[in-house]
Design a protein. Structure first.
Length: 252
């Protein structure tokens, strides 16, 4: 059985005086679990399909933040938005997913918990709370280029032996094996038909069967294999230019 992705991504480390700046990131505390909608939803005439899980999800793009205007209002998950907590909105990641966000302008990073949907502004991939934005020094600029790496839901439950919230020592993600997911289908024939068309253009096109926690079967369509995140990013942009606007990178 394949181990959960987050176990490969993180090692739990106790804080010591020799901890280097930026080498460790603190996990935001878990809140009461609120299950977000797993079905599709419609915003401004566009339909979005949340992922059944965040396994291997990596994305690069523009981040923004929101704060005072929405402070105290309900989020898509049902939680009350607190601008000072480290949370974020994402269009398709499962509610409750923890995500590492790296500011590509200064290499500062933070870990947030997805508890809302958005941003619904073209070209933006994640909306951070004010508290999270401040931690990576983007509260003044308003937007910045970021890389986001899904860590799963499980890390919110982790605790050190003394019961405190641990720090995460997070490994480098620049090299490895990457692919780009362009769709997830309930009907296998739909995935097969699209795959056959893409095989004319790409050397690697693969359909992966996935069974979620409710025993629903999905057929994920992956295109290309890359040995670096940079090359995978180029392929992601090529596929988006072809019309696969919700394409994203997966580490495999």
């Amino acid at each position: 059985m394949k181990k959960p992705f987050f176990l490969f991504m993180i090692s739990i480390t106790l804080f010591t005086s020799c901890a280097r700046e930026r080498a460790y990131v603190r996990i935001p505390p878990a809140e009461v679990k609120v299950e977000g909608a797993v079905d599709s939803y419609l915003v401004n005439g566009e339909r979005y399909y949340p992922l059944p899980d965040s396994l291997g999800f990596i994305e690069t793009g523009k981040a923004s933040w929101y704060g005072k205007e929405f402070h105290g209002r309900p989020t898509s998950s049902g939680e009350t938005f607190d601008m000072y907590k480290k949370t974020a909105a994402h269009k398709i990641l499962p509610i409750g997913t923890y995500v590492r966000v790296i500011n590509l302008g200064n290499d500062r990073s933070t870990i947030v918990r997805i508890n809302d949907r958005g941003p619904f502004v073209k070209g933006r991939i994640i909306d951070l709370s004010y508290g999270a934005a401040k931690e990576i020094d983007m509260d003044v600029s308003g937007t910045t280029d970021v890389k986001i790496i899904a860590l799963g839901k499980e890390i919110g439950e982790l605790r050190s032996k003394d019961g405190s919230i641990p720090l995460l020592d997070i490994r480098d993600f620049e090299t490895g094996e990457f692919t780009v997911q362009i769709g997830s289908f309930k009907e296998k024939n739909n995935a097969i038909n699209l795959a056959e068309r893409l095989k004319v253009i790409f050397d690697y096109v693969n359909i992966m069967e996935y069974i979620d926690k409710d025993n629903q079967i999905f057929f994920r369509l992956h295109v290309s294999k890359s040995s670096t995140l940079a090359k995978a990013g180029e392929m992601e942009m090529r596929l988006k230019d072809m019309g696969f606007t919700e394409a994203f990178i997966l580490r495999i």
